[in-house]
Design a protein around this ligand. Structure first.
Ligand code: DGJ
Length: 376
């Protein structure tokens, strides 16, 4: 109790990445792999509830609210796991990286997340969707599945229409690809085949794998689901229907065979910027950065944007979300906050948060470590 009071007393208007971050009850915020929704004048932080000894989902998705991004009120569980045996979101499943967007047409809050069915490790590779009438929930689980069954990426097609025929040269390459032909992974020939669509073809009928993810709403209101697919080797960007509850079937591949996880995206002066990580489980690795003139690409890779101690390990964290503010912060003159998780797989609930402003140098985003900074 004394400890909780002390933590509470240290709550200021400053962000302190890597430290305990007490909520309004003095408890370390439990919203990992999360993202932020601004609705009205309030920010809502959604994330994975992590337990002390397992990363399996025993509670669900938590929600916190704040007016200033520093002091957070615990709103409780937004989406609860289920006690029904066989439910897709049965307690003990893996439920990661939840993100929420608001649909102004249906007036519903739409939550998407990475879902792994209970007892099946990371094999299911699905996304899940839930919906609510209020930002803090309760969210009603709708469905989970793999992505875009029976449809090819737009760049494989003669036109950008979902049912357009395959380009002749793409069809010729796909005809040669067969996952059963490769006894060894990670050979140059295998990586080339993955880049050409080995797993897209393998999973065409059942749907594409869908793991680490984020959501992005563009200026025109069109929303996108961005996720690690193809055995985590290739990112997919999939367009959402007008109600933000399904894929339209139009999607594109980013960095084929590039092995990216943890996508986080923002748009600055017409250019889309995406920061990702490599794939090393819970261990940190060097952040990657991409840009594109359109959400549909072409996407170009840039050097690591991180600057400071452990910059080659994303300061010990892994990206989860980039928050775009309505107006630039006066202290650091940035409109974007890079958010990452410092995972603690042996004590998952003790995982920490990295929040840092994104600055621009020579026209490119830079994430500079700061022990503390003022979010005003
Ligand atoms: C890295 C992912 O980014 C996390 O969300 C989680 O799935 C871990 N891998 C599991 O090892």
């Amino acid at each position: 109790m004394l400890c909780q009071l002390l933590l509470c007393a240290t709550a200021t208007a400053q962000i302190r990445s890597g430290e305990l971050w007490p909520d309004d009850n003095g408890q370390h915020i439990n919203a990992h792999g999360g993202g932020i929704l601004k609705y009205g004048d309030t920010y809502y932080w959604f994330g994975e509830h992590k337990s002390d000894h397992t990363s399996d989902a025993l509670v669900g998705v938590t929600c916190y609210s704040s007016k200033d991004l520093v002091n957070w009120h615990n709103c409780g569980t937004a989406l609860s796991v289920s006690d029904e045996r066989g439910s897709d979101i049965e307690r003990g499943c893996i439920l990661e990286r939840p993100k929420v967007i608001y649909n102004p047409v249906t007036k519903r809050f739409c939550m998407w997340f990475h879902l792994e069915l209970k007892g099946r490790g990371y094999n299911a590779a699905r996304y899940g969707v839930a919906v609510a009438r209020r930002p803090e929930g309760p969210y009603q689980f709708l469905y989970s599945q793999r992505a875009n069954p029976g449809t090819w990426p737009v760049e494989f097609l003669t036109e950008r229409a979902v049912a357009a025929p395959l380009k002749a040269d793409t069809k010729a390459v796909l005809d040669t690809l067969d996952a059963a032909h490769f006894r060894e992974s990670w050979t140059p020939a295998w990586l080339k085949a993955v880049g050409e669509g080995l797993f897209v073809k393998r999973d065409f009928g059942t749907g594409q794998m869908s793991r680490d993810m984020t959501l992005y709403v563009d200026d025109d209101g069109r929303a996108y689901h961005i996720f690690s697919s193809e055995e985590n080797l290739t990112l997919h960007i999939a367009e959402l229907t007008n109600d933000y509850l399904h894929h339209t079937g139009r999607y594109t591949r980013v960095a084929p065979a590039g092995h990216n996880e943890a996508p986080a995206i923002f748009k600055h002066e017409g250019t889309y910027w995406m920061i990702t990580s490599g794939c090393t489980g819970w261990a940190p690795n060097e952040a990657r950065m991409f840009s594109a003139p359109s959400i549909w690409g072409p996407w170009t890779q840039h050097p690591n944007p991180c600057r400071g101690p452990k910059q080659e390990l994303t300061f010990g964290g892994q990206s989860t979300y980039i928050l775009t503010l309505d107006a630039p912060l006066t202290t650091v003159k940035s409109r974007y906050i890079f958010m990452a998780d410092i995972w603690r797989p042996r004590h998952p609930s003790d995982a920490r948060y990295i929040w840092l402003p994104i600055e621009f140098e020579d026209g490119k985003p830079v994430v500079r470590w700061r022990d503390t900074w003022d979010v005003k």
